[in-house]
Design a protein around this ligand. Structure first.
Ligand code: GTP
Ligand code: MG
Length: 221
């Protein structure tokens, strides 16, 4: 069996290296697309991916009634049970990039999987549905706890009240250094813009290795 490849503690270091040996080669980065149940994670990965995205959707069943609230997303029939995977090349970015996108399942009960998917990632996007802001509390706390740079992206659902980014920042008690942006998860250029915001943020964030979430977070989830 091949030995596992060790994970660099600071994946964003590739962005800060002044002269890379193969300057034409894109910098490959892993990015996590997170957020609460039904926030639009699978939609965002699918919108922007240049390959047919890998998805692990399963039908919602009666067993999830009363567990996974469909308020605001009543038309939703499926949910991600493992992860989404997509790829996006951005050759014209200030540094040519190849982004590997990993969408998480939304429910808090998958928090162990969120941790596994975060290994080796340069950062995370936390998608927010402002109609159900409470579903984003655990994902935000999770990335704060493990020390992974993240941006908050407000996914504008039709008919939802449009809050200002600073109102969202206040409601989530986010520090000024965490970017808060808006997007439509169905729009490829919106999602690409969010990803570039994250890459810029991760490049400037202090290099802190991802560490296991404290037990308190896991128990609370
Ligand atoms: N109007 C609108 N609908 C959206 C948007 N993003 C997602 N949707 C819809 O909202 C529903 C949920 O989207 P998903 O992409 O499955 O959400 P998710 O976050 O992956 O959901 P889970 O994996 O179950 O947590 C789907 O019916 C989407 O079509 C958006 O920006 N605007
Ligand atoms: Mg999903």
């Amino acid at each position: 069996m091949p030995s596992p490849t060790s994970r660099p503690d600071d994946p964003a270091a590739a962005l800060r290296t002044p002269s890379r040996p193969h300057s034409d080669a894109p910098t490959v980065l892993k990015i996590v697309i997170a957020g609460g149940f039904g926030a639009g994670k699978t939609t965002a990965v699918g919108a922007v991916s240049e390959i047919t995205p890998l998805s692990t959707e399963e039908y919602l069943t009666e067993a999830s009634t009363g567990v996974d609230s469909l308020e605001g997303v009543e038309a939703k029939q499926t949910t991600t049970v493992a992860f989404d995977f997509g790829r996006l090349s951005l050759p014209d970015a200030p540094v040519p990039l190849e982004l590997f996108l990993f969408g998480t399942p939304g429910q808090d009960r998958f928090v162990d999987l969120w941790y596994d998917l975060s290994r080796g990632a340069v950062g995370a996007v936390v998608l927010i549905d402002t109609r159900r802001l409470e579903t984003s509390f655990t994902p935000v706390s999770f990335f704060e706890d493990i020390g992974l740079p993240f941006v908050v992206a407000v996914n504008h659902f039709d008919g939802a009240h449009r809050y200002q980014p600073e109102q969202v920042r206040a409601a989530l008690e986010l520090p000024a250094c965490v970017p808060v942006v808006t997007c439509d998860a169905r729009n490829p250029s919106d999602v690409a813009g969010v990803l570039l915001t994250l890459v810029g943020h991760a490049e400037n964030a202090p290099a802190t290795p991802v560490h296991p979430a404290p037990n308190a977070t896991l128990q609370d989830a």
